[in-house]
Design a protein. Sequence first.
Length: 334
Amino acid sequence: MPPGAHPSPHSGPPPAPAHLPPPAAGAGGSRRRRWYAGGAAGVLVLAGVLGWQLLPGDGANSAGGRPEKTGGPSTPGDQPKSQQPNGAGPETSTGPEAPTGKKITIGIKTDQPGFGVKQSDGSYAGFDVDVATYVARALGHTPADITWRPVRSSDRETALTHHDVDLVVATYTINESRAKQVDFAGPYLVAHQDVLLAANNSAISKPADLNGKRVCAVTGSTPAQMLKDSGAAPQAEIVSAHSYALCVSALEQGTVDAVTTDDALLAGYAADRYGAFRLGGFRLSGDERYGVGLPKGSPLKAKVEQALKAMATDGTKDRSLQKNLPLLAKRGGE
């Protein structure tokens, strides 16, 4: 009989084995006949048992095959979401996803002190880099899965609408105009226009004290004009520079009395000289809300929101602010 074949339940007993043990020495012919009869009867019993096992009945399928499995899903569609092949978890799931090994591309500034700078070893550091890394982990990506893409302020919407990046974390202020083109999660930080002063400057304690003082701002920027138009310090003398780095250098040298823009950016430029400067704390504008930009309709938005909230409550945000933007941490980064 071929391996794996079964005897038919309706056939006679299979032939006796070709080689049977010899009878004991001295046995007569009648004893030999009884031995053969007993062996044949045993084979008949065995054939009957096998035939009964192959007949339909309890625990077997209607075709006479193996019993059906019970107690578990039989198709991927019957599996719970956390076990389905697509890896989708329960909708109420919280906390970081399991690492997927898939890449995620995140747009960041690479020349914004305190937020995103490229270091000599080729890595990136800053508060926005920490936020982006935390969010990526929550989405199931390790730091090695992240592809960092440098972005300028002028091309953040383009990078998102063209799907060149999955997220943008780059001092990206949420406003109505941008929200028509992209989605935002957050804010993860709230900034206000302020002034940066020398730490030992006690002559300026309120916005009106800036009247008659030299206040540096980047050429063409709105903070300088707002300082005058808002009535906070209409007599301030505005000194223009090509970058805030130059303004901070002038402040350090004493050729200007103050620098004005968002307090978060000021804290970043001052981070390398901690102890030399202080923020005025004037809040010369409304809230400037920094958010994580996503392509319009991105399915990641809800999970990014959850990650930002978790970062704020578990202490990670405060530690990153203290490390990257100590002046902002001192005033209480929102």
